[in-house]
Design a protein around this ligand. Structure first.
Ligand code: NAP
Length: 295
């Protein structure tokens, strides 16, 4: 049986990694803040002190980190994954990264005789916990086949988008409408509220119409009541929207709606809402306008 290494036990990694214990795989984990790793240690995982120690002791190494900078540090840092002999291992990079970052990491892995796929995911914390993510994979067929048993533990579907970097590219494509959707909903309910409609009435009607997305009904209680539950935070949305806008600029593709959404997420982040769930921007515009009217 393959041994699994898992690095990055944030909101997503903390529910993905334990699935390997449940599936009977020997699991070694690492997290920058070691306390999160120790929780998994109590559940049966081996806790490593450095990424290098994970790479040394496991066959398949999965990372689920915040951003490009985090992935570069974890792979290329002084005690990073690639600071030791990794010949014959396969890296599954599941963070949402920019395509050039995925390609650069894959090159460094290839120089050391290791395989690499980028496999960012569609789906948030609940599907991650249930093993129902969709992995968007970039990499060779051979590396994907070696990674597939581990990916099967985490996913309901694997989409092979092309060579390394194309999983990351497809993830940007999927995230664009989602980021814009919450922005469009924020504008819609701000308009309705200004015209005297109740938020609950608007959301109820929208959820039963062509204005709904699959996630809207799931998020309505969170929008209406607010909650401490955070699946996908505003800072992450700003990071992803920034990657989309910059990738669009690189390819010369005009994208005014995501640029507007990015401005909203950046403003919300600057207002101290970075760790709130992204759907909290739906009420933010209405509340900001109401506060301005009262002044
Ligand atoms: P998160 O809760 O913020 O967790 C981020 C993880 O990255 C933590 O383990 C954190 O370690 C680690 N990290 C951050 N900076 C680091 C650094 N410089 N060096 C080493 N480790 C570092 O993020 P998340 O929501 O789990 O998301 C993880 C990735 O999945 C992101 O790329 C995100 O875009 C993507 N994603 C998220 C969702 C979602 O619904 N949340 C859905 C699809 C894709 P510490 O614990 O030490 O801070």
């Amino acid at each position: 049986m393959q041994t699994i290494g898992f690095l990055g036990l944030g909101k997503m990694g903390a529910v993905m990694a334990p699935r390997f214990i449940d599936a009977g795989y020997p699991l070694t984990v690492w997290n920058r803040n070691i306390e999160k790793a120790e929780a998994l240690g109590k559940a049966g995982a081996t806790v490593a002190e450095t990424p290098a120690a994970v790479a040394e002791s496991t066959d398949i190494v999965i990372s689920m980190l915040r951003d490009d900078e985090a992935a570069e540090q974890v792979f290329l840092g002084p005690s990073g994954l690639l600071s030791v002999d990794v010949e014959g291992k396969v890296f599954i990079e599941m963070s949402t990264l920019r395509p050039p970052t995925a390609r650069a990491l894959a090159e460094r892995c290839a120089e050391k005789g290791a395989g690499f796929i980028d496999a960012p995911v569609s789906g948030t914390v609940a599907p991650a916990k249930d093993g129902k993510l969709m992995a968007l994979v970039g990499g060779s067929e051979a590396d994907l086949e070696r990674a597939r048993p581990a990916l099967d533990v985490l996913t309901r579907r694997i989409v092979h988008a092309g060579p390394v970097g194309q999983g990351a590219m497809l993830k940007l494509v999927l995230n664009l409408p989602l980021a814009v959707y919450w922005q469009s909903l924020a504008e819609a309910v701000a308009l309705g509220a200004a015209g005297g409609l109740e938020l609950a009435t608007m959301l109820d009607a929208m959820a039963d119409s062509g204005a709904a997305t699959r996630v809207l009904p799931l998020k309505i209680p969170l929008i209406l009541e607010g909650s401490d539950y955070v699946a996908f935070d505003i800072a992450t949305m700003e990071k992803d929207a920034t990657s989309i806008v910059e990738t669009g600029a690189e390819f010369g593709v005009p994208m005014p709606t995501i640029a507007a959404a990015l401005a909203t997420y950046a403003a919300a982040n600057a207002a101290g809402m970075g760790s709130d769930d992204a759907v909290s921007i739906v009420r933010h515009l209405t509340e900001t306008l109401e506060a301005e009217r009262k002044r």
